[in-house]
Design a protein around this ligand. Structure first.
Ligand code: GLN
Length: 197
């Protein structure tokens, strides 16, 4: 196989690099063949990407930095082009349409309303195993000050629940989860995401 045909198989996935669990996503991306992981801080970093991950952390802080760095419109445009976006925990909050208390400015990439910190504070953090029908069974998931999806619009596929609260959903190219798959060693969710990018 020639060098160029090898490279054409490579997918470029960016991780928004402002705050939160960035390096863990990079490590997990690097565990998958034919993925080139990069850091995103400026609009021009989106140009060559097939997919973008918005990590967990603190959604108010990440939202402010997205705005300060002129990334609101470019990320919306990126999603509109059908490129893959994965939002984890605070990233799920940012991908949403509204929050129950309207305290964070969101990107509105997926038609969901979010209850921030829906499972309580840091001390209420927990780990569990999830069955996520299109992905697999017994997938470990770490919840840290996790949100849940309070309501979802038509056309949203609700993929997993904890205590009857939806904690994972997708709409076309946008995939969101309320937990941190990157804090485990199980990369099935990441595989599912990059396969769709
Ligand atoms: N509760 C945080 C927020 O709303 C998210 C926590 C996390 O990403 N682990 O920003």
């Amino acid at each position: 196989m020639t060098q160029s045909s090898t490279q054409s198989h490579i997918k470029h996935i960016g991780v928004l690099n402002f705050q939160g669990a960035v390096s863990e996503h990079i490590t997990m991306l690097n565990s998958i063949d034919n993925i080139q992981a990069t850091l995103v801080q400026k609009p021009e970093h989106l140009t060559k990407l097939n997919g973008l991950i918005i990590p967990g952390g603190e959604s108010t802080t990440i939202s402010r930095l997205i705005k300060q760095n002129g990334l609101v419109a470019p990320i919306k445009q990126f999603a509109k082009q059908g490129k893959g976006v994965l939002g984890t925990c605070a990233g799920l909050v940012l991908c949403g349409q509204t929050t129950t208390h309207n305290e964070v400015e969101l990107l509105g990439l997926i038609d969901i309303c979010i209850e921030r910190n829906g499972f309580g504070r840091q001390v209420n953090s927990f780990e569990t195993n999830l069955d996520i029908p299109p992905i697999g069974q017994q997938i470990p998931a770490v919840f840290i000050r996790a949100p849940y999806i309070a309501t979802a619009g038509k056309g949203i596929e609700q993929l997993a629940f904890v205590d009857q609260h939806c904690i994972m959903a997708q709409q076309n190219n946008i995939l969101v989860c309320a937990f941190h798959p990157e804090l485990t060693t199980d990369n099935r969710i990441m595989h599912y995401f990059v396969d769709r990018c």
